[in-house]
Design a protein around this ligand. Sequence first.
Ligand code: SF4
Length: 379
Amino acid sequence: MNQKQIGLYIHIPFCKQKCYYCDFPSYSGMEEYWEAYIDALVSELIIKAEEYKNPDIMTIFIGGGTPSLIPATYISKVLNTVYKNYNVLPDCESTIECNPGTLNDEKLRAYKNFGLNRLSIGLQACQDEILKQLGRIHTFEDFLFSLKLAQKHEFQNLNADIIFGIPNQTFADWQDTIDRILALDLAHISCYSLLIEDGTVFGELKEKGLIKEAEDELDRKMYHYAVERFNESGLYQYEISNFAKPHLRCRHNMNYWRRGEYLGVGAGAHSHYNKRRFANTADVSMYIEGVKKGKFILTEDNHLSKEDELEESIFLGLRLTEGIDFSVLSKEYGIDLEKKNYKKLEKLISQKLVERDGTMLRLTKKGMDLANAVIVELI
Ligand code: SF4
């Protein structure tokens, strides 16, 4: 029997302090929940291993929140449960998200011993003033210190997250961030445009008229500059917001964009398995109580129809620079996509928003700027 190969996402929802722009399921000041939460994660992992018949794990991603905030013994407990109950493939890509100011020798030594082989470090900007304005807990020096520690412990597959379009961030600040980050010769960069979301400190400030999102023109100028600088420095764009050295794309995220299957454990974690998408409650105490009773409280549970799957393949696949293969999708879903979308395609091609390369369809540079609108038009 062919075992399924899937990704495994483990959510640690705790942070030292909530960043002002953050709308992820992450919470500060919940130290008293840490132990019970880890016990719940362990139980959920065991229950899911049985329920889903110990699938092969090709990637593990411990995300947050700030997984590097909690003691390494907790991470070890969780990973031991994974190794005991799942078939983790020998070449598994195993990532942990870290924040500067929370890493030390002991934690990194432990991560290495547990088999983690990729670190994703939240940097966001290289100017301390901007970091402060974002509500980050660290300085650029702290980031450099974490990076040196990681390198000392022989982590080579390193990612840094950075953000552009921050209120009051100038183009010169962004150029400086790119210069400094490129000098570090990292394997991977994730680079996102800041969205001010309701329910965040930035959301409130925006409502009061105290801050505003960057002008569209500046936001795009920053994005194009980053794409150009990264590509010419050997960090190739493979997704709208992600850049990597050859062979060092994030395999865990590639699986999301290619509609692969994955299980998510923890508060707010999402899963995609057996044509079903479902998500745990993001409420930490409800999550713990539910698991204690052997019951997962879900906030989303959708069975995917053929049309849903096809739509997902288009909107996720078009985020990738490789694009989507019309002939593969047509075969998979039994419709001639080329014929069905002929008029729309002609229009998008003439507007230089998408381009064809044999049976592949991908967004152009202009199309990437208008990705959502192009994708809506296509589906
Ligand atoms: S560290 Fe990350 S998850 Fe935590 S509050 Fe900041 S942005 Fe959100």
